[in-house]
Design a protein around this ligand. Structure first.
Ligand code: ATP
Length: 258
């Protein structure tokens, strides 16, 4: 039986690429309502973990249990259906669609009008489309880019594109939001605004899994942090403990992780 306070468990998840062990029997547990950080040097396996979790890659062994149910996601849309949404290290928006259209795409996962409804544009379909638009507007407000709603995604600043990706992910009503390096390329002001946004998302009931190279941001935001190094989890604890762990300091080539 699963414990209700646990949202995600990874059990001995392993993934190889040829001779490279990208993930070596990684196990971790994410509790509902927390912001959980996943850090590690370049090539440590963080994105591979996300890709296995969201069905982009198939792990060779091990498994995930999400919300008490063994995950069988073998495609990203299936992960989204069970309540896992993600953003990407390399932003993946529809550049020639407007910001609001990008969010509406995410929202369609949670709506019901079928192909027939879309063709005949019956009353139920029209009402649903109006609701999708309203919700997309709310989400653009929520992430703070509503005034860019009708601009093409490709014309948004880097920071705004990252916010838009978050809005699109939230449109699927996730229980778990997995953010892959959301602060990459952001300046200090944008990073601070992102910190406030992620805290708000968590307060509003969405559990967050955060991959981030900005260690200061991770240590300030996350309740618990796991550290990967060469595909192995070398540490998992509260930030104050992780920062002082000799294996973590060594993994970061002797540099400070404070
Ligand atoms: N599709 C792939 N084909 C071959 N090797 C891959 C593939 N994806 C990842 N790898 C390798 O797996 C290892 C883990 O990569 P991964 O991208 O998961 O690390 P990461 O911790 O996310 O790194 P970064 O912080 O640089 O994004 C690396 O050695 C990488 O080269």
């Amino acid at each position: 039986m699963s414990e209700p306070q646990i949202l995600l468990q990874a059990h001995d998840v392993a993934k190889h690429f040829g001779g490279v062990k990208a993930l070596h029997d990684v196990s971790l547990t994410i509790r509902r309502g927390e912001i959980y950080g996943l850090i590690g040097p370049n090539g440590a396996g963080k994105t591979t973990f996300f890709n296995c979790l969201t069905g982009l890659y198939k792990n060779e062994s091990g498994h995930f249990v999400f919300d008490g149910v063994k995950l069988t996601a073998d495609a990203p849309h299936k992960a989204a259906e069970v309540g896992i949404a993600r953003t990407f290290q390399n932003i993946r928006l529809f550049g020639n669609m407007t910001a609001i259209e990008n969010v509406m795409v995410g929202r369609h996962l949670r709506t019901h009008a079928g192909v027939l409804g879309a063709i005949t544009r019956n009353r139920a379909t029209m009402a649903e489309e109006a609701a999708i638009t309203r919700r997309a507007e709310e989400l653009l407000h929520y992430v703070g880019i509503h005034e860019r709603a009708h601009d093409h995604a490709k014309n948004l600043s880097y920071g705004d594109q990252r916010r838009l990706e978050i809005a699109r992910a939230l449109a699927t009503e996730p229980k778990l939001l997995a953010l892959d390096e959301p602060a990459a390329g952001m300046n200090g002001t944008e990073t601070e605004a992102l910190r406030v946004l992620v805290e708000g998302i968590c307060k509003d009931g969405v559990t967050v899994l955060l991959i981030e190279h900005d260690v200061k941001l991770v240590m300030g935001l996350c309740g618990r942090v796991a550290v990967l190094d060469y595909g192995e989890k070398i540490c998992e604890d509260v930030p104050a403990v992780v920062q002082k762990d000799p294996r973590v300091i060594e993994a970061y080539l002797g540099g400070s992780v404070a």
